[in-house]
Design a protein around this ligand. Structure first.
Ligand SMILES: NC(=O)c1ccc[n+]([C@@H]2O[C@H](COP(=O)([O-])OP(=O)(O)OC[C@H]3O[C@@H](n4cnc5c(N)ncnc54)[C@H](O)[C@@H]3O)[C@@H](O)[C@H]2O)c1
Length: 257
């Protein structure tokens, strides 16, 4: 069964946008939640691509009231969600001993709290209907430290997402709700370069390409195809799982010299 109503957080850019586009091309009704005001244009794009309905919600996922309003509107206008892809996230680097409380809270409140608020509403709608599939964006930082350093807040937030996914998968399996995580490796999106000065990006891309076993970064579309498999009945026996889509990076697990 394909998804009938899919909510995508962070759907205005990168991996979330690619998932929304793929879902639209499969005839899914799509709700895009993002703090970016471009969600209206994204909804138009999705309709042009074949979505039977598409809505954009300017929504800060770190604000539980905004999330509640958005999910109520989705249920009213599109129907109860059958799928949720949580992609909204930020990567703000900094060494732990220098982090401000605000820095730590910002990363945790968007990446972890925001995921929880959206998942909570999706679970309620799915439980009242016929189940569904939830896929949350985790990160390799949930399993290993980045050799570039300074990812303590980001990795803690993504470790929380991974633990949440496993727990929810067990708690809600009997309701016909599957919960899985996508683990994207280095992927060409604005977030990928958010901690890198523009003049350093080309050199860093080359270093990454030389160290990633598949020899290049991923595209957002490649991540979307992996996420789409997890969201659909093709993966009907998969829950509580992490799909690593990283060109072999985690499997390599060794220093470069
Ligand atoms: N790009 C990578 O290399 C990579 C690797 C591992 C994991 N991830 C994860 O994938 C997910 C998607 O990242 P991306 O690479 O597509 O980044 P991106 O920057 O292209 O997209 C992130 C989107 O989230 C939105 N967003 C940020 N804060 C928000 C908030 N408070 N409320 C609502 N929307 C908000 C942004 O506006 C943006 O549209 C993130 O959770 C990220 O941590 C990315």
């Amino acid at each position: 069964m394909a998804q009938s109503v899919l909510a995508v957080t962070g759907g205005a850019s990168g991996i979330g946008h690619a998932v929304a586009v793929l879902a639209a091309s499969h005839g899914t009704r799509v709700a895009v939640l993002d703090r970016s005001p471009s969600v209206g244009e994204v909804a138009k794009e999705l309709l042009d691509l074949g979505a039977p309905a598409a809505l954009g919600f300017v929504c800060d996922v770190a604000d539980p009231d905004q999330v509640a309003r958005a999910f109520a509107a989705i249920a009213e206008d599109l129907g109860a969600v059958t799928g949720l892809f949580t992609s909204a996230g930020v990567d703000q680097a900094g060494m732990a001993h220098e982090l401000s409380v605000e820095h730590w809270r910002r990363v945790m409140s968007i990446n972890l709290d925001g995921t929880f608020y959206c998942v909570q509403w999706a679970l309620r709608q799915m439980m009242a209907a016929t189940g569904g599939s939830i896929v949350c964006c985790s990160s390799p930082a949930s399993f290993v430290a980045f050799s570039s350093g300074g990812a303590s807040a980001y990795s803690a937030s993504k470790g929380g997402v991974s633990a949440l996914v496993r727990t929810l998968a067990v708690d809600y399996a009997s309701y016909g709700i599957r919960v899985n995580a996508l683990v994207p490796g280095s992927t060409e999106t604005p977030l990928m370069w958010s901690n890198v000065a523009p003049q350093d990006q080309s050199a860093m891309r080359q270093v990454l390409a030389s160290e990633i076993p598949l020899g290049r970064l991923a595209t957002a579309q490649e991540q979307a195809k992996a996420a789409w498999w997890l969201m659909n009945e093709d993966s009907s026996y998969v829950t509580g799982s992490h799909l690593v889509c990283d060109g072999g990076t985690l499997a390599k697990g060794s220093v470069s010299v």
